[in-house]
Each structure stands twice: as C-alpha cells, then as structure tokens.
Design a protein around this ligand. Structure first.
Ligand SMILES: Nc1nc2c(c(=O)[nH]1)N[C@H]1C(S)=C(S)[C@@H](COP(=O)(O)OP(=O)(O)OC[C@H]3O[C@@H](n4cnc5c(=O)[nH]c(N)nc54)[C@H](O)[C@@H]3O)O[C@H]1N2
Ligand SMILES: Nc1nc2c(c(=O)[nH]1)N[C@H]1C(S)=C(S)[C@@H](COP(=O)(O)OP(=O)(O)OC[C@H]3O[C@@H](n4cnc5c(=O)[nH]c(N)nc54)[C@H](O)[C@@H]3O)O[C@H]1N2
Ligand code: SF4
Ligand SMILES: [Mo]
Length: 730
C-alpha cells in the first residue's frame, strides 16, 4: 500500500469531495487533487485539505481510557475497556430493563457503522432507545419530503443539474462557507443566464452572489413561502395542468395561501412586498426552477411545515419531478443521507424502513436471524433521549457525536450526561463529551478504514483505506463485534466493512432506500451509484442476458454476490440497475404516484422576543470549523483562520450596548449566558444576532438555544430564540 495513491473522499461534510491520499511520514497522509470525481472536480476547502492533521498522534487518541478510582481517565488495555463497557451495559439492562441502555449515533458514521449500530441496539441490547445527531440536522426536510413525495432523498437530482436550471431559491443555506466547492454550481447557473435568490437573515458570502437577497426575520420562512404562493396564485402563475395530473390536495393549500396577504407577510417577515413580487417573477418566468433548503428554515420548531410550504410552492408552479427542476434539501454531515437510512434513527429499520411496519420487521428480522417480535418499537428522538439520561436511561453508548457542544440547551444536557451511571464514548479525539465518559475507545478514522457514505445527492460512495492505523486503535465495527460477543451474540457483527455492506444490501432490498444492486466493486468503478438501486431480477428474466449471468446456486442470492475475484460470477451489464440520479420524473413514491400538497399556516417561533429578551439569536457555521469543533479545533491552520466564538451584531445594536468591535458581549437567554467578542456588521438584521456553535466553554452558543421541538420531526429550534445582550466590563 505504501506510496500508492488512493482515490477516496473527505472525512467531513455531505459534499464528500473526492481527494487522493498518499501515505506520508508520522502516520499521516498527503492530500492531492482528484480531478476525476465530478462533484468537486479536484477543488477542496481548507477543512478537507488539512484533514490529515487529525491523524497525527499529537491530537488523537491511541489508547483506550478508563475512569480510575481517583476519577481521572487513565490508559487501559482494550480487553479491560471493552470488558468494563459490556459489564456496565449488561448490569444496567439486568437491573433496570433493556430501555435503560441508550445508544446515540452520528450522521458522520459510514453506512456500515450506522447499520451495525442500529442492529446492535435492537439485537444485542434489545433497547428501543437509539437515535442520532442527524435528528438535529435535516430531519424536518426529511419529514416534509416524505409527506409530499412519499420518499425523501436530500437532492432528488445531481448537483450538475443546478447550472442548467433557470432560477434557484436557496433558503437558509450558506454553501460559500459550508460547502465551498459547491458554490461553482451556483456561479455557473448565473453565467448561464439563470438567477439566484438567497433567503437568509444575514448577507452571507453566499448572498453576495445572489441576484436577489431576502433577509427575513429568523423563524418566519413559513410565512414567506406562503406569501410567495399567494402571489403565484394572485398573478395566475400556477401550473393548473400539472396540479391536476400530478398532485392532490391543492384546494386546501390554495385557501391557506390566500389567507397570507403579501402585506401581512411583510409585517411578519420584514421582507417588503416589492421584494416578494420580484422573487415570484424570477422564480416563475423561466421554464425550470428549483428550491433548495438547508438548516435555516429546517432547524425550527415548525421546520416540517416550513419545508412543506416551500414544497407547496414548487408543486403549485409545476416544478417537482420534472427535469432540471424540483425541491431538494442540502444534507450536512459526511453521511447525512446514508446515516438516516440504515437504522440508527429511533423509528427506523435499514433501507429507510419503518420500525412500526410489520412487513419491514419481518424482512429485517429474517436478515438478522431473529424473531420479528424480539425487535423493540420506536424510541425517543435525540433531544428527548439526551434529556432522559440519568433518569430513565442509566447507561449510554455514544458513537460519532459531541452533544456537550452541539445539543440545544447544552448546559442542561451536559448535566444529564454527568448524571448517567455509565457513559462509553468511541471517538478519534478526546471530545468534550468523551472527557466525561467512564470508558473512551479510540477508533480509526477515514484514511485508515474503508466504508461507504451517501453524499447529499444520494450518490453512494466508497471511501477507501489509504494507510494502516496506529497501534492501539480499532474500528467502530470492531468495537461492536467485541461488545456483541461479550454480551453473548457471537455472530452477525463482522469487522470487515464489505461484509457488513453485503448484509446491508440484503436488509435494504425492497425498501425505499434500496442499496441491493450496489457493490463495492461497482462503487470503485463508477464513481458512486445513486440509490434506489435494486438488485436485478434473476438473469433469465432479463432479456438479452446470457445464462452465465445467472449467478451462484441460489437465485435469491444471485444478484447480491460480489465475489469480486470470480469472473464467472459477474453480472452482465444488461442485468445491472444503473442507479437513480433523478427521481420522481414519472411518478412520486406515493400509492397513487401523485405528490401531496400539505396545507400549512404561519405560526410564531416558540420563544418570541419580549421586554426582557428583546433580540433574536440565530446560530450556524463558519467555513474553517466543523460542527462541535472536536476535529477542526485540533488543526492549527483552521484555528488561525477561525480562532474562537463571536457574536455577530448590527452597528445599531452595538451602539445601544456601547460595544466596540472585539469587545466581549454577554448573550443571555432563559437557558443561560454565553460571552464572546462582538463582530459588528451591517450584514445582519438589526433585530438579530448570530453565533457560530463550534466552541465549548464560555462562548458555547448552545448554552443559549431553545430545545422547543417540531411536533413531527422532533427538530429543536436552533435557529431562533429570544436573548438579551449585556456589555461585559473588562
Ligand atoms: N464549515 C463548515 N461546513 C459545514 C459544517 C460545519 O460545521 N462547518 N457542517 C455541515 C453540516 S452537518 C451541515 S447541517 C451543513 C449546514 O449548512 P448550512 O445550512 O448552510 O449552515 P448554517 O450556517 O447552519 O445555516 C445556514 C444559514 O441559515 C441562516 N439562517 C439562520 N436562521 C435562519 C432563518 O430563520 N431562516 C433562514 N432562511 N435562514 C436562517 C444563517 O444565517 C446561515 O447563514 O453544513 C455542513 N458543512
Ligand atoms: N446551535 C446550533 N447547534 C447545532 C447546529 C446549529 O446549526 N446550531 N447544527 C446541528 C447539526 S446540523 C449537526 S449535524 C450537529 C453536529 O454536532 P455533533 O453531533 O457534535 O457533530 P460533530 O462535531 O461532527 O461530532 C462528531 C464526533 O464524532 C467523532 N467522530 C468523527 N468520525 C467518527 C467515526 O467514524 N466514529 C466515531 N466513533 N467517532 C467519530 C468526532 O471526533 C466528534 O467528536 O450539531 C447540531 N447543533
Ligand atoms: S466541502 Fe466538505 S467534503 Fe469538500 S473538502 Fe470541504 S469539508 Fe470536505
Ligand atoms: Mo448537520
């Protein structure tokens, strides 16, 4: 393997940029351009470029740690650490029942890990109490997409369609900072004569590229979408034929929109009527148009309805399920898409199946070799699970998240985590959450292990191992294998990722997110495959396929075989499903093939400003830090570019406060108080302040955020809570 170039993908965000890795000194790798991967065509952001720094033993964990009698974390052998975890989980289950053991996963985990973690919870622990950080990410869009289209895949079309459409509305999305190489698609759109509308309370780097920037008050996107739909109807811009042929439920939705007069919407959102009219004109005039949402409208206590309102606009204008048009959600984490499909979500089984569906339970139980009745039912959502720690849930196994920094109302959640009887964390670094654990297991990372991720386009990708992991470190799959064995389940948790993927294929077969036609070999050859990609029918059913294509002895297994070394077991090209880059072109995934309008009405944010807390806080990201910062805060170059938290505020607010640029400002909400330097800019609304959430300690934004949950998606309201500002005397 030494000195060979390994084509692979970035460890961080959902763009999953292609990169080449070459082994380098000190157990790390060198990153170089990989031009053959179409999504980023060689371009990388600073995070991807510097990712090898986290491989260094200077910053990462290389030995298991266990809590000593004296209360500190001390190095231990794997055998001791695993033994302690198995003993604690087993003891908790025996004393308090299976649901007293919780599992928390992450959207950064590969498909194989997410699948194995969900199976581990249901089969080994028998607990219903599993959820993951993706709940905090795109769950509202997923819920709305499923309601409207019968199936949710973040983008139902590849990014390459964006430059060829006529108009894109980007709602609460800042790709210039959150997915820099993707900005090219939007600038090409403009070069091709298309227009870009950005909706964000801040004039972001992305908004600077927009033909029209609308800056609504945080938490009012639902009203904004209704106002636009009102104008679409009033101006006769609906596509009546499309509505007739491809949708149901229009009348009720139309009536709801008609109640939202533009002047009323202007009062709620702060976006003027002429701006609303201009947006409608730009969106409706071209033949093709798209609406893309990200966390801005989704991370609200009405995120599902908000996304639903934007989908209604897309449907009323005849844009969904048509070439170069449609609605899409830009997912966030490296495996934000795949991580939501294979069973680490509270209500879910692999293949995007529902845990409450008897047929799904039967199918998956058969693959797992267990009795369907032994599978627990749905558990709690992420915030509710974290909130129950130390009460109903006594022990937690955590893999791929750092909730001490990233969960809403974080001081309370930190206190809940501290009150657990037992916490085990698998991580590559000693995150703020890992530092509270009773046992920490050091796991391998991206360049050291193979696995698949599914990027924001629904493209399943192969991330390849490029170097040997350091001694003392094992994979998450190894952890689950060993824990299962210690808890009495000897089989069913292989450590080889391809073996796990082969089982995932079978478990997902026939489900909404069907991966059964995807193999590691195909992924290696094809630069990714878009799901759904069902396995082909037994070959003799397929016209033109040769008899040799009927693989193996068991026709059930035939198409699932990847035995890559045996050419006789090849599937002929005619028998290979090409995957599905573009969805819904013929029909939506509902029973009757039609999309559903969902009637929605405006409602206020859960916590409106008042005399005591007169300002709205919204939160988000900066380009040089990633999420809770657990990884990127360990990279010098990134810290130099983004050294710490800040409070972005308008000069008018700063003046009232008497704060100058860089002065410490206290932001106080009903949940707590955070302090960070002022960053004064006219790019933000005067009634709103913004904080990035990448840091722990005094500047932790999530000390302030409101865990008010969306009733459907159970998404917390990260994007709007009431605060007051206080000057801090130095
Ligand atoms: N550099 C970097 N890149 C990342 C990440 C990271 O942490 N750092 N994380 C990855 C992940 S997991 C995700 S989910 C994505 C997130 O990607 P984005 O959704 O692009 O990121 P955010 O900064 O959370 O939010 C986007 C914008 O929403 C705006 N906003 C705030 N409140 C509202 C509102 O009420 N309405 C509207 N319309 N807009 C609002 C914010 O001002 C912000 O500019 O990024 C991914 N990429
Ligand atoms: N205020 C506010 N809060 C937010 C958001 C916001 O916009 N505003 N956004 C929310 C969103 S969209 C998200 S996605 C969450 C993300 O927040 P977190 O869930 O905290 O995400 P990360 O910081 O990526 O944490 C991942 C952890 O897992 C580790 N890790 C990475 N890869 C692996 C692996 O393969 N295996 C194991 N075992 N560990 C691994 C990392 O080192 C890190 O400690 O934050 C949410 N919180
Ligand atoms: S945009 Fe995302 S995937 Fe691409 S290099 Fe940056 S962090 Fe990695
Ligand atoms: Mo996310």
């Amino acid at each position: 393997m030494q000195n060979t170039v390994t084509p692979t993908h970035c460890p961080y965000c959902a763009l999953q940029c292609g990169m080449n890795l070459t082994p380098a000194d000190g157990g790390t790798v060198e990153v170089s351009e990989r031009a053959d991967f179409p999504v980023n065509r060689g371009a990388l952001c600073g995070k991807g470029r510097t990712a090898p720094a986290v491989l260094s033993s200077r910053v990462r964990l290389t030995s298991p740690l266990v809590r000593s009698e004296g209360g500190t974390l001390v190095p231990a052998t794997w055998d001791e650490a695993l033994g302690r975890i198995a003993e604690a989980l087993g003891r908790t289950r025996a004393a308090h029942g299976a649901d007293a053991v919780g599992v928390f996963g992450g959207g950064g985990l590969t498909n194989e890990k997410a699948y194995a973690l969900g199976k581990f919870a249901r089969v080994v622990l028998g607990t219903s109490q599993i959820d993951y950080n993706g709940r905090f990410c795109m769950s509202s869009a997923a819920a709305a997409g499923t309601k409207a289209f019968g199936l949710d895949r973040g983008l139902p079309f590849p990014l390459e369609d964006i430059p060829r459409t006529g108009c894109v509305i980007l709602v609460g999305s800042n790709p210039a900072e959150t997915m820099p190489p993707s900005l090219r698609y939007f600038t090409e759109l403009k070069e091709n004569g298309g227009t870009l509308i950005v909706i964000d309370p801040r004039r972001t780097r992305t908004a600077e590229h927009a033909d029209l920037h609308l800056a609504p008050r945080p938490g009012t996107d639902l009203a904004l979408a209704l106002g636009l739909l009102h104008l679409v109807v009033a101006e006769g811009r609906t596509d009546e034929r499309y509505i007739q042929e491809r949708t149901v439920g229009w009348e009720e939705t139309r009536a709801a929109a008609m109640a939202h007069w533009p002047e009323y919407v202007e009062r709620i959102t702060g976006v003027s009527v002429p701006q609303l009219r201009e947006a409608v004109r730009l969106f409706c005039e071209p033949e093709h148009a798209m609406v893309l949402t990200a966390r801005g409208p989704e991370q609200q206590s009405k995120g599902t309805d908000t996304v639903g309102a934007w989908i209604n606009l897309v449907l009323a204008t005849g844009r969904a399920g048509r070439p170069l048009s449609g609605y899409g959600c830009l997912t966030g984490q490296g495996n934000g898409q795949g991580g939501r499909e294979h069973g680490q979500k509270a209500d879910q089984l692999p293949g995007y199946r529902k845990l409450t569906d008897p047929e799904a339970r039967r199918h998956v139980a058969e693959v797992w070799g267990v009795d369907p009745d032994s599978l627990p039912g749905p558990g709690r959502s992420a915030y509710e699970l974290l909130d129950a720690l130390g009460t109903d849930i006594r022990a937690l196994l955590l893999m791929g998240s750092n909730p001490v920094v990233s969960a809403p109302r974080a001081a309370h959640i930190e206190e809940r985590i501290r009150s657990l009887d037992f916490l085990a964390v698998c991580d590559v670094v000693l995150s703020e959450t890992a530092a509270l654990a009773d046992v920490v297991l050091p796991v391998t990372q991206w360049a050291e292990e193979t696995g698949t991720t599914t990027n924001l386009e629904g493209r399943v990708l192969l991330r390849r191992r490029a170097i040997t992991p350091p001694e003392g470190v094992h994979s998450d799959l190894y952890v689950l294998h060993e824990l299962a064995a210690r808890l009495g389940v000897e089989k069913g948790f292989p450590t080889d990722p391809e073996e796990v993927f082969e089982e995932l294929r079978r478990a997902s077969a026939g489900g909404p997110a069907d991966y059964s036609g995807i193999t590691y070999r195909r992924l290696a050859e094809e630069n990714g495959v878009f799901w759904p990609c069902p396995a082909v029918e037994p070959a003799d059913d397929i016209e033109g396929s040769s008899p040799e294509a009927a693989v193996g002895d068991d026709p059930e297994d035939a198409s699932l075989d990847t035995a890559a070394d045996d050419p006789a077991r090849d599937v002929t090209p005619a028998a290979v499903h090409p995957g599905t880059p573009r969805m819904f072109l013929d029909r939506f995934a509902t029973d009757d093939g039609r999309a559903r309008f969902v009637p929605v009405s405006h409602r206020a944010v859960a916590e409106e400003p008042d005399d005591e807390y007169p300002v709205l806080l919204t939160t988000g990201r900066v380009v040089s830090q990633y999420q809770s910062g657990a990884q990127t805060r360990r990279v010098d170059e990134l810290n130099a570019a983004a050294p710490g938290p800040f409070v972005e505020l308008h000069p008018r607010l700063a003046e009232r406060l008497g704060a100058a640029e860089g002065d410490p400002v206290a932001v106080v909400s009903r949940r707590g108080r955070a302090v960070a330097p002022a960053r004064i800019t006219t790019a933000i609304r005067p009634d709103t302040v913004f904080m990035p959430f990448h840091w722990a300690g005094e500047g932790r934004a999530n000390t302030l955020t409101n865990p008010a949950l969306d009733p459907t998606s159970r998404m917390p309201e990260f994007k709007a809570c009431a605060v007051r500002l206080e000057a801090v005397r130095a």
